[in-house]
Design a protein around this ligand. Structure first.
Ligand code: DUR
Ligand code: ZN
Length: 132
C-alpha cells in the first residue's frame, strides 16, 4: 500500500472522531505486515482525562484482534504542520511497534513528515529498563 493511500485511510477515520470538547478531529491508519489496515479516531469524554487519541485507538483495535505485526502508521489532523502525536501515544507506539517502523504524519494541506518510531521517541523507557 502506498503512503498516500494510508493517509486517505487515516482521513476517513478522522471523519468518525468524537470530539465535542476539543472539536479537534484526528484520524490514524495502522498498516499490518500482511496488508490489513486498522483505522482509529480520537474519542473524547466529559471526564477529559478519559479521552483516547486516534493513534492508540488504531493500535488497540489491532492488538485486540490478535494483529501485532505492523508496517506503518499514518496520522492526520487539521494542523499547520503535520500533526505531532502526544507523549502518551509516542510511548505506546514505541512499546507496540518496531523501532524502525515508518510513522507518517500529515495535515489537510498535504504536508507530510515521515520518521521512524525511534525518531518519534528517542531514548524511550522500555521493558529493557525494568529489573536488572
Ligand atoms: O496526535 C494526536 C494529538 C491529539 N489527539 C487528540 C486528543 C484530544 O481528543 C484532541 C485534542 O488534544 O486531539 C489525537 O488523537 N492525536
Ligand atoms: Zn496521543
Amino acid at each position: 500500500m502506498k503512503i498516500n493511500e494510508l493517509i486517505e485511510e487515516a482521513k476517513k477515520a478522522r471523519g468518525y472522531a468524537y470530539v465535542p470538547y476539543s472539536k479537534f478531529k484526528v484520524g490514524a491508519a495502522l498498516l499490518t505486515k500482511d496488508g490489513k489496515v486498522y483505522r482509529g479516531c480520537n474519542i473524547e469524554n466529559a471526564a477529559y482525562s478519559m479521552c483516547n487519541c486516534a493513534e492508540r485507538t488504531a493500535l488497540f483495535k489491532a492488538y485486540s484482534e490478535g494483529d501485532k505485526e505492523f508496517a506503518a502508521l499514518a496520522v492526520i489532523a487539521d494542523t499547520p504542520r503535520p500533526v505531532p502525536p502526544c507523549g502518551a501515544c509516542r510511548q505506546v507506539i514505541s512499546e507496540l511497534c518496531p523501532s524502525d517502523m515508518k510513522i507518517i504524519l500529515a495535515n489537510l494541506n498535504g504536508d507530510i513528515t515521515e520518521l521512524t518510531v525511534k525518531e518519534l521517541l528517542p531514548n524511550a523507557f522500555s521493558a529493557e529498563d525494568l529489573h536488572e
